[in-house]
Design a protein around this ligand. Structure first.
Ligand code: NAP
Length: 307
């Protein structure tokens, strides 16, 4: 099939770290233009807004949005209304209702909407899912602790309303958990530590259930030194350890497995496949769990935070 011209929107950290390298690997897409208020990519036609890109380039069939979640809804709606296929960074929108409206708009327009969850493409997630499929789950522990200053330097938006706070990385853990665990996750309660000068949590604990098994979730944005992106699942056949964001798997009685990182090339290959098949992929379960944590969450004051 013909190659697909794509526009990349929001030229910030993740666009540069992951999207550009993935697009430059020579998959199904040709990067034809960018839209960003300040960011530019050398040698690529640049626009300041999605609307300008859409108006200038009717030949661009697909748009990939790497802007923060708050404000992405209008950009995605404009692209869908113009008949373009749309790929969304995670979290897919600032609210569940926005994400559902995008899915409905894409359906009505007959274009592809792909709400990506890059952590689901980590090397050992599928193997973990396969191993758990026929096990009885006894307990689950999810620990996602990283250094906000290292991974989100100066990103004030992440602690502003609609920025998700520690749930911005935490939703990656929930995207893996909803993929590998055989039963739905249900939120029971949450505690949200919110800095006195910010709107969103800098740390959170959530109590959930998976079937009858307790699920303990610990998210922290202030971990320095070693970073922790681990999920542990106690089963009737021993404990599964999925570490390093899904890239390392330790199973009872087996050598650890660790595959290479190909998360973003896999996302773009899937986007091309969805476009070819005339399909969308919008799984909002991780976003709903975050919304439920905010709905049930007990706020607790935390010291002011500055980058
Ligand atoms: P970022 O570095 O702040 O980049 C986002 C870019 O979007 C900015 O550089 C900015 O470019 C543009 N933008 C448009 N409206 C904006 C607004 N109201 N506030 C701030 N920037 C705005 O953020 P990022 O880390 O790339 O994250 C973007 C998305 O990728 C988020 O949904 C995040 O969850 C996801 N993500 C991030 C990482 C990571 O490690 N950082 C990993 C995976 C996924 P202009 O100024 O040029 O418009």
């Amino acid at each position: 099939m013909d190659r697909i011209r794509i526009g990349l929107v929001g030229i910030g950290k993740i666009a540069r770290d992951q999207h550009l390298p993935a697009l430059n690997q020579g998959g199904d897409f040709d990067l034809a233009a960018t839209a960003s208020r300040n960011g530019r990519v050398d040698g690529v036609e640049a626009h300041e807004t999605v609307d300008a890109l859409i108006a200038a380039r009717p030949d661009i069939a697909a748009i990939s949005l790497c802007t923060p979640p708050a404000g992405r809804f209008e950009q995605a709606m404009a692209a869908i209304a113009a008949g373009r296929h749309v790929m969304l960074e995670k979290p897919p929108a600032a609210t569940v209702s926005e994400a559902e409206a995008l899915a409905e708009a894409a359906r009505a327009k007959g274009v592809t909407l792909f709400a990506t969850w890059h952590s689901r493409e980590a090397a050992e997630v599928d193997a973990a899912r396969g191993w758990l499929a026929d096990k009885a789950i006894r307990a689950v522990r999810i620990m996602w602790r990283e250094d906000i200053r290292q991974w989100h330097p100066g990103q004030d938006w992440i602690l502003a309303p609609g920025g998700f706070g520690v749930f911005d990385p935490g939703i990656n853990a929930l995207s893996i958990a909803t993929r590998i665990l055989p039963d739905p996750l249900v939120v029971l309660s949450a505690e949200l530590a919110i800095p006195e000068n910010r709107a969103c949590p800098i740390a959170a604990t959530i109590a959930m259930r998976c079937g009858t098994a307790p699920v303990a979730v610990d998210f922290d944005f202030l971990q320095t030194g070693d970073q922790t992106w681990d999920i542990e699942v106690d089963t009737d056949a021993g404990t599964l350890y999925l570490r390093n964001g899904g890239s390392r798997l330790e199973l009872p009685g087996a050598e650890p497995m660790q595959g290479p990182n190909a998360e973003y090339p896999r996302l773009y290959a899937r986007f091309a496949e969805l476009i070819r098949n005339g399909e969308s992929d919008v799984d909002l379960r991780p976003l709903r769990l975050v919304a439920d944590a905010f709905l049930t969450g007990q706020p607790t004051p935390a010291p002011a935070f500055e980058f």
